[in-house]
Design a protein around this ligand. Sequence first.
Ligand SMILES: [Zn+2]
Length: 249
Amino acid sequence: MATPLSADRLVAALRAEGVRIVERPGWRTHNRNHRGPWGPVHGVMIHHTVTSGTSKTVRICEDGYSGLPGPLCHGVIAKDGTVYLVGNGRANHAGRGDDDVLRAVIAEKPLPHDNEANTDGNTRFYGFECENLGDGKDPWPKKQLEAIERVSAAICRAHGWHAPSVIGHREWQPGKIDPKGFSMSGMRKRIAERLKHKPGGSTYTVRSGDTLYGIGERLGVNWLAIARANDISKPYIINPGQRLKIPAK
Ligand SMILES: [Zn+2]
């Protein structure tokens, strides 16, 4: 159980995790708090928008549409990994879901199948809408997946939560399919891995001729710390194209 982060704390947490953010005008007071409670919060919910085009997507998430007024989330995660903050407070993203799932999230236990819609999720979850058509064909660029990982980790870290506190809409509300196109359990693994390290790290893609020592020298990070962060042991072999986590200095 946790009190929702203030706008300033949310921004600080996201920045510390290396998230590129855009604060949309008015986002700090844009919410649905007049329609119901916001908090205590227990987790982060990931969605896809079924839209294309970042500016249009952001606008829809801000304003909503007839029958479902905005904000439709707290932040929009664009294809290029930029996160547009559109709401702060109760948002229309989660709808009603399964109380057994909520209990599992609170306990950070494996999720049961969602087969009930008896609990208001807009009170309990931060929501992030990812720009994607949701047809299983529209690609999920690496930068966007990395932003999902970072946003989720940032909020978990700020609240002292762990990866099981991050769920997909499809794991909450019967009939929902979002996010479609990547595995939420795989994403939770990435978030868990990120939470093992200090925030603010980055990634580096190995080029031919690179050595861990050389990369460490160039980035000003101890090369053995890079080896540890990536579970690389003697003889410290790395391969071109390999993506390394670079821990914070
Ligand atoms: Zn959704």
